[in-house]
Design a protein around this ligand. Structure first.
Ligand SMILES: [Zn+2]
Ligand SMILES: [Zn+2]
Length: 258
C-alpha cells in the first residue's frame, strides 16, 4: 500500500501546497483521504482523477472537503464523457455539505458523480482490496480517524483533525504508519479539543505502538522543527513531517521515497 501526500497544509492551503489530501493506493484500488482547497489541481500531478474508487472525508470542515466541488465538476463535465458515481464516505451529511459549498439548490443530488454515505465510529467498510475502520476523534464537528489495512497487510492510520483521545490510540494500534495532525505548538496553542500538539501526537503514537509517525496538517504559522521535536520527546520511533508530493510505502517496514 502506498501513501502519496497531495496536500498537507493545515486549516487552509499554504504557500507550498494544497490543504489536506492524500492518495492511498494498492495495485488494484485507489482512494482519497480528504479533498481540501487546492488539492484537485495538485491531484492531477499524481493520478488521473478518473482512477479514484472512493473518497473518504475525515470530517466536513472546509479545509478537508472544499474541492469536492472541483471533483464534482470534473466528473460531470469531462469532455470525454461523465465518469460516473463513486462513494464518498464522511461523518455528518456529505450531500448537504457539498450543496453548501457548491451553492446548489436543494434538489441537486450529484447522483451522477457521487454516492454519499455517512459513517461513524465503529464502522468498517471495504473498498476494493482495502479494509477501512473508523474511530472517534475529538474536534468541534463530527470527525473520525481512519485505519486502512491493505491486502498485503500494511496498516495506515490517519488522525483527521483531533485532540488526544482513546479513539486515536485505537486507530493507530501497531500501525505501520500513523499519519497524524500536529497543528499546534505546545508553548503557543493552549486551547483543547481542536488539534494536537507535536507532543500529543507523539504520545498517541507511543501508546499505540505505531511503527512510524508522519506529522501533517501543520498550519502556515506552525514550525515543522518545533512540532517534530515535541513529538520526539514522547515517541522514540521515526518521525517525519509530510511534504506535498511525499510518498511512503506502508508495509511492515515503510520507507520514505521522496
Ligand atoms: Zn483541518
Ligand atoms: Zn477540522
Amino acid at each position: 500500500m502506498k501513501l502519496t501526500v497531495v496536500g498537507c497544509t493545515g486549516s487552509m492551503s499554504g504557500p507550498k501546497g494544497a490543504a489536506s489530501c492524500y492518495i492511498v493506493s494498492t495495485d488494484t484500488t485507489t482512494i482519497l483521504l480528504d479533498l481540501g482547497p487546492g488539492s484537485m489541481g495538485q491531484l492531477m500531478n499524481h493520478i488521473d482523477p478518473g482512477e479514484i474508487d472512493a473518497i473518504v472525508l475525515s470530517h466536513l470542515h472546509t479545509d478537508h472537503c472544499a474541492d469536492i466541488i472541483g471533483m464534482q465538476v470534473y466528473r460531470r463535465w469531462l469532455p470525454s464523457g461523465p465518469l460516473g458515481p463513486i462513494p464518498v464516505y464522511s461523518p455528518g451529511d456529505g450531500l448537504v455539505r457539498t450543496r453548501q459549498i457548491g451553492g446548489d439548490p436543494a434538489d441537486e443530488t450529484y447522483s451522477g458523480e457521487f454516492d454519499f454515505r455517512t459513517v461513524t465510529a465503529g464502522d468498517t467498510i471495504h473498498i476494493g482490496d482495502m479494509s477501512i475502520e473508523f474511530f472517534a476523534a475529538v474536534h468541534p464537528v463530527p470527525a473520525l480517524a481512519t485505519r486502512i489495512t491493505g491486502a498485503a497487510g500494511g496498516v495506515l492510520a490517519y488522525s483527521g483533525d483531533t485532540d488526544y483521545c482513546e479513539g486515536q490510540v485505537a486507530a493507530a494500534r501497531n500501525a505501520d504508519l500513523y499519519l497524524c495532525e500536529a497543528a499546534f505548538e505546545a508553548t503557543r496553542d493552549t486551547v483543547r479539543d481542536i488539534h494536537l500538539t507535536g507532543g500529543r501526537a507523539g504520545r498517541i503514537a507511543a501508546e499505540a505502538g505505531a511503527r512510524n509517525l508522519v506529522l501533517t496538517h501543520l498550519q502556515p504559522w506552525t514550525n515543522p522543527q518545533t512540532v517534530s521535536d515535541e513529538a520526539r520527546e514522547e515517541y522514540s520511533g521515526p518521525v517525519a513531517v509530510a511534504i506535498p508530493g511525499g510518498t511512503f510505502h506502508v508495509t511492515p517496514a515503510p520507507t520514505m521515497e521522496s
